[in-house]
Design a protein around this ligand. Structure first.
Ligand SMILES: [Zn+2]
Length: 382
């Protein structure tokens, strides 16, 4: 590595090094030359891409992007530029930057939303090629080789990324709800649904304290319900219906391929958006990643599984239809599952199929939770 540190004049160390630079215009990481120069405006970091004009970052305006890079990489941004990123891995360069940038850990202001949105749409177009074409091609191959422990690890990592990305506070991931009696109620519901099922791995069920009306499944049997979904349901049967649908995805191992894509996508997007966790753009993109990952065939198969599992458990499969209709009624809400299902041309078919499936019910129906358990589940995040 051609990197030298020269001391000039008094004691300010001067930097000459290399780093990786993402200019925010194109989804391309460029190897750039770095230098710190003294100017009348104050010291500036000069970034020199190989085939583009140099960029100057005043040292006062450089901020570190928290929690994005590993310990051995310093990810930097400019205070009022939400999109450019500089990744410095050289140890001495990191030390000099840490010593010379006085406001490194100040929180950047969240502004220039319009530019961010415009940029992110452009980025989606170019990054989209990677996310929606290359990663899926690879992930279909990778899924074959992934052992169950690998699936579980992938699910765990993605779960933590989602918790962080959905939070308004970058230092505090969205909470996992753990009301004791609520947990017990959830376990009762799960046991009732899973009664005779043969699952590839145990389902691990969590409730996230977030208002989004949504549920999803990650690889390795991790099923997540959002508080918003429990709030939107009027009966425990409706929650059980969504849970049964998600367990259908577990049984069919749908999340593995898609989560390989999502993990890649979230990873790429996390790198690009960094400290914008909590911003609408990230939420929008995450919603798409969480909701729109399965094909219509996979959804129909998960529905069919849910119908049978609900009927076997003595819960009317039409509860799934009721839940879908309830979500449709809340049409004004553009969050999560609602927007997804509204855009779904086959939702009417899915509602009809769930209604018709009630004839599968052999034993008389009985509510999946009693009133006390249902109250406990509704209060699981309190
Ligand atoms: Zn589904």
């Amino acid at each position: 590595m051609s990197e030298t540190v020269i001391r000039v004049g008094r004691s300010a160390p001067v930097l000459r090094s290399f780093a990786d630079y993402l200019d925010g215009e194109q989804a391309l990481v460029q190897r750039v030359e770095l230098e710190i120069v003294e100017t009348v405006r104050g010291p500036e970091l000069v970034i020199r891409p190989p085939e583009a004009p140099e960029v100057r970052w005043p040292l006062d305006d450089i901020r570190v992007v928290p929690d994005q890079a590993g310990k051995d990489v310093l990810m930097l941004r400019l205070a009022d530029d939400p999109v450019s990123r500089l990744l410095v891995s050289d140890e001495e360069a990191r030390a000099i930057i840490r010593a010379r940038c006085p406001n490194l850990h100040q929180r950047p202001p969240v502004k220039k939303r319009a530019r961010l949105l415009a940029w992110s749409l452009g980025a989606v177009a170019s990054v989209g090629l990677i996310i929606f074409v290359l990663v899926p091609l690879l992930s279909d191959r990778l899924a074959v080789f992934l052992p169950p422990e690998g699936e579980k690890a992938l699910g765990d990592v993605t779960f933590e990324q989602i918790r962080t990305a959905l939070s308004d506070n970058e230092f505090l991931p969205v909470a996992v709800c753990q009301g004791r009696s609520g947990d017990r109620a959830l376990a009762v519901m799960q046991a009732r649904l899973q009664g005779k099922l043969d699952l590839p791995y145990p389902v691990s069920l969590s409730v996230l304290d977030h208002k989004m009306v949504n549920a999803f499944t990650l690889p390795g049997g991790r099923v997540i319900l959002f508080r918003g979904l429990i709030d939107a349901a009027e009966t425990p049967d409706e929650v059980a219906a969504v849970l049964a649908h998600e367990v259908g995805h577990v049984v069919n191992r749908d999340p593995t391929r898609s989560a390989l894509r999502s993990a890649g996508s979230i990873g790429v997007l996390g790198l690009l958006f960094g400290d914008f966790a909590g911003g609408t753009v990230v939420l929008f993109l995450l919603n798409r990643l969480i909701d729109a990952t399965y094909s219509q065939d996979a959804e129909a198969a998960a529905d069919a599984f849910a119908h049978q599992a609900l009927a076997d458990a003595g819960v009317p499969p039409s509860a799934l239809a009721t839940m879908f209709e309830r979500l449709l009624e809340k049409g004004g809400d553009a969050d999560g599952i609602v927007a997804h299902f509204q855009a779904h041309p086959k939702l009417g078919d899915r509602i009809r199929a769930a209604r018709q499936a009630d004839r599968l019910l052999e034993a008389p129906a009985s509510p999946v939770l009693n009133d006390v358990q249902w109250k406990a589940l509704q209060g699981i995040c309190r």
